[in-house]
Design a protein around this ligand. Structure first.
Ligand code: OSB
Ligand code: MG
Length: 375
């Protein structure tokens, strides 16, 4: 047996990109029309790799945000990777563990190194994690609209495209009535709602009205730290309760299970600190018989490719927020992903299996920073 390949990172390039969305995306915490995306490219002695952070420009979904991440990458995370010497992607979480939080930033670094490592080994991420499905069922996450008529029209178009599952964003003042109308127009679709922390336990009786609409789940109605509140909700409504923002590491999953706070877990790899941590969360949920699905951060093709491979693991029994390229972008920084019979094919090439269009990346970059290993 030859010893495993070790990589020495020589340079990390951080880029902030501006990507216009095909249609504005409105949630309870804001509206986005041009998405700012932060990606990382690592150059190592065994080739390069790409990672996507999922971090947003403002700390409205989670606490991380681009200007903060820029500092954390440059001053706290990347210097630790340079100091560690030759490494494998599996070591990144331990090397970065002394830095508390900042899991999306850590995820992007691990992802870039994992891509480089797998490419150097000529292996696909899909195969390396033992995923077997070659295509996965997916859904679409639909933002809040100005009118309910508009929402019904937008959803009709996605259903016509072949999406088997629709997720509606809700907030106080845009919840029971929109769900009623969408359900009336689509009696048979898989339907779920996401509140992005917009409610409190005082709203439980109000939210119980959603029980009439045969929803797959309600996602994160209460604050990101309110596991007790979600446990109470779970006792008082019949709609399954799913956690998103509350799950930032595997310990939060254990706590949620101990309290009875979740029927279902949304796994977003960046939120839990990376794809390798996401697999551990998947394994724990599978062992507890708790269904999981892959969340999304309106990713570019880099993150989408990785999410598709992750979602091919057996515990991902619900369709993910992994939509076709054209639902997000008129032009992506990778090749496109298309919906076929309600599924998207998993990329099978080495690494995450996508080629980044570096010319287009350069065109849409508004901030670029190189951090080089001085040793
Ligand atoms: O709560 O799932 C969420 C996007 C940004 C921040 C939070 C969320 C979302 C989505 C997008 O719902 C889903 C997708 O990528 O298609
Ligand atoms: Mg969510």
């Amino acid at each position: 047996m030859s010893s495993p390949l070790m990589l020495t990172p020589q340079m990390f390039e951080l880029r902030r990109l501006q990507m216009p969305l095909v249609r504005p995306f409105r949630t309870s915490f804001g509206t986005e029309t041009v998405r700012e995306v932060m990606v990382v490219r690592v150059v190592t002695d065994h080739g390069e790799g790409w990672g996507e952070s999922g971090i947003e420009s403002a700390p409205l979904y989670l606490s991380e945000f681009h200007n903060g991440a820029d500092h954390v990458f440059a001053e706290h995370l990347i210097p630790r990777l340079f100091a560690a010497g030759p490494l494998r992607a599996e070591h990144v979480a331990d090397i970065l563990r002394p830095v508390k939080g900042h899991r999306m930033a850590k995820s992007a670094l691990e992802m870039a190194l994992l891509d480089a490592q797998l490419r150097a080994e000529g292996r696909s991420f899909h195969r390396s994690i033992g995923a077997t499905r070659t295509a996965v069922p997916v859904g679409v996450s639909v933002g809040i609209t100005n009118t309910v008529d508009e929402l019904v029209d937008v959803i009709a178009a996605y259903v016509a495209d072949g999406y088997p599952r629709i997720k509606l964003k809700i907030e106080p003042g845009f919840d029971i009535e929109p769900v009623r109308r969408v359900r009336e127009a689509n009696p048979d679709i898989l339907l779920q709602v996401d509140a992005n922390t917009a409610y409190t336990v005082a709203d439980i009786d109000h939210l119980a009205q959603l029980d009439a609409f045969d929803l797959l789940l309600i996602e994160q109605p209460f604050g990101e730290d309110d596991l007790v509140g979600h446990a109470e909700l779970r006792r008082r409504i019949s709609t399954p309760v799913c956690l998103d923002e509350a799950i930032r590491c595997i310990d939060h999953v254990r706590t949620a299970f101990a309290l009875g706070a979740a029927d279902i877990i949304n796994i977003k790899p960046a939120r839990v600190g990376g794809y390798l941590a996401a697999i551990e969360v998947h394994d724990l949920c599978l062992a507890h018989g708790v269904p999981v699905w892959c969340g999304g951060m309106l990713e570019t093709g880099i993150g989408r490719a990785a999410n598709l491979a992750l979602a091919a693991l057996p515990g991902f029994t619900l369709p993910g927020d992994i939509s076709a390229t054209k639902r997000y972008w008129t032009r992506d920084i990778t090749g496109t992903f298309d919906l076929v019979d309600g599924t998207i094919a998993v990329p099978m090439g080495a690494g995450f299996g996508v080629a980044v269009d570096t010319g287009f990346v350069e065109q849409i970059t508004f901030e670029r920073r190189e951090i080089t290993n001085a040793r």
